[in-house]
Design a protein around this ligand. Structure first.
Ligand code: UN1
Length: 509
């Protein structure tokens, strides 16, 4: 990426890392952002000090009083402008996502497209923040519920979707009348700086207060400031289950609300009637897309024994076609892992697979030589395992696909699919209506997302996104996920001159 392109996104050599609106602060220690694609330093960002954090929250509190009074459709207009700006900047922001995070350019652009889509969704939503009217049991009474803004929403995001997850939360929170304070992953701070520049310019141009949208920068300490802050009624956190448990416990201690979107251990069940071609494309994209670093990445293939060998052979053949290299080169299917710590985790997982009795069907190794200087490129792995292995029960954020055999009826496959602690995304490949409906029934997948004849990754923003069990239970993005960003109030109005009590109680004085 050229310095001109970076500059167009507001990223200049000594970039700042804390901001309310367009005001930037700079006192904290430096975070260096390296591209995993070539190992080069892109820029340095300053982390937030506690004092700067306090300033951000004070500004956010002030801004919220103004923002919540602006009618929701007018707030929607600001989000519409954000979507417009993102359309314009899509190629260049997509490029930064690809360069700083390491996913393919196509996927970087796809991520920006998700931002645009959620803005469009939120604009429509800004005229549809509906409550219910309820028939009162008392004569001459009217009852309804309505939704009010919550206040400040803290957003904690992971490196793997360095811009989209912010937008899923921010676009909804903003139309709901909340203000947002974002702590991005310290592995992708420049993506956050770029987004902040975009939204801050829009706010400034419309003379809206600083503090409607802010970023704070840093490691988990900054996350702890947010989680323990009573001024922040909702904390939306995306990342590992380990991180989510800490956030959830801290937020719960002050009885705040948390929206958690944590680890997945997503499986595709491949039944005897599955379309093999679709299965292979879905599984390979799900397993190697974003180098296996999506929370919806396909980690397990649960294959019926009658077709197991055939699927295995096709997969191994397909893996031979995968091109690994510079994510900005569109010929490549798979880029690097985020950093060398992730490479160590990958190597560690490969050792554990072997130790626990698994068999690697493709060679798992770190790539060296020209184009691979960053040390973050690895080969994607297919491994034959059993579902109960300790390593299979864990989410390893790397391109490792487990093959697991099931025999007999679909119930056996479903049992294996559900026998993990996580519950994010799941899929079945089948041409049988009975199998498909069983998979989607109460006796089927226990995940927040269950797909038929598509893979586990690549969810659209129109649906609620999130999962059960250790995935944390939160729902972001589409459907009625907006409700968590608002507080519900039930109103009952008596327009008579009498005071009848509910439940028929008599209380005469
Ligand atoms: C994530 O990995 O944190 O379904 C989110 C998908 C994307 C979202 C992934 N739309 O793969």
């Amino acid at each position: 990426m050229t310095s001109k392109e970076l500059k167009a996104l507001g990223i200049e050599a000594d970039n700042l890392g804390t901001s309310t609106g367009s005001k930037w602060f700079s006192k904290g220690s430096l975070i260096e952002s390296y591209s995993p694609s070539n190992g080069k330093l892109i820029a340095k960002v300053q982390s937030s000090t506690k004092k700067e954090y306090e300033k951000v929250i004070e500004e956010a509190e002030k801004a919220q009083l103004i923002w919540r009074d602006i009618p929701a459709p007018k707030r929607g207009e600001i989000v519409r402008l954000l979507g417009e700006k993102l359309r314009e900047l899509k190629p260049i922001l997509g490029k930064l996502v690809s360069y700083e995070m390491g996913k393919s350019y196509q996927e970087g652009m796809g991520e920006v497209q998700e931002m645009i889509d959620i803005c469009d969704f939120a604009v429509g939503l800004s005229r549809q923040l509906y409550g219910n009217t309820i028939h009162s049991e008392r004569p001459g009474h009217r009852m309804y519920d309505q939704y009010h803004p919550l206040g400040i929403v803290g957003i904690i995001t992971a490196f793997n979707f360095p811009v989209a997850v912010w937008s899923w939360n921010a676009a909804l929170a903003l139309v709901c009348g909340d203000v947002v304070v974002w702590k991005a992953s310290e592995k992708t701070p420049l993506c956050a700086v770029a987004c902040q520049h975009i939204i801050a310019d829009i706010l400034k141009a419309h003379k809206l207060p600083e503090g409607i949208s802010s970023i704070v920068t840093g490691d988990k300490e900054v996350g702890e400031w947010i989680s323990s802050d009573e001024r922040i009624p909702l904390v939306s956190a995306t990342g590992s289950t380990r991180m989510g448990k800490i956030v959830a416990t801290t937020v719960a201690q002050r009885l705040g609300k948390s929206l958690l979107e944590l680890g997945g251990n997503n499986a595709i069940i491949v039944t005897p009637s599955a379309d093999l071609k679709m299965t292979i494309i879905g599984a390979v994209f799900g397993a190697v897309g974003t180098a296996g670093q999506r929370c919806t990445s396909t980690r397990r293939l649960i294959i019926h024994e009658s077709i197991y060998e055939k699927v295995k052979k096709s997969l191994v053949d397909a893996y031979k076609q995968i091109k690994i290299g510079d994510p900005l080169d569109v010929k490549n299917h798979m880029g690097p892992l985020i950093d060398t710590a992730a490479v160590d985790m990958y190597l560690n997982a490969l050792n554990k697979i072997k130790e626990q009795g698994g068999k690697l069907l493709t060679k798992g190794e770190v790539l060296h030589g020209k184009g691979y200087e960053s040390g973050c490129y690895v080969t994607p792995v297919i491994a034959e395992v059993e579902n109960h292995y300790e390593i299979v029960q864990h989410e390893t954020f790397a391109p490792i696909l487990y093959l697991i055999k099931y025999s007999g009826e679909l119930e056996e496959g479903i049992k294996l699919q559900n026998s993990v602690k996580q519950g994010l995304s799941s899929a079945i490949m089948t041409n049988s209506l009975r199998e498909s409906e069983l998979f989607l029934s109460q006796n089927g997948s226990d995940c927040g997302i269950a797909n038929v004849n598509i893979g586990t990754s690549g969810a659209e923003i129109g649906g609620a996104f999130g999962g059960e069990k250790e995935t944390g239970g939160g729902r972001e993005s589409g459907s009625d996920a907006w409700k968590v960003y608002m507080r519900r109030q039930t109103n009952t109005i008596n327009y008579t001159a009498n005071l009848p009590l509910a439940q028929g109680i008599k209380f005469d004085l």
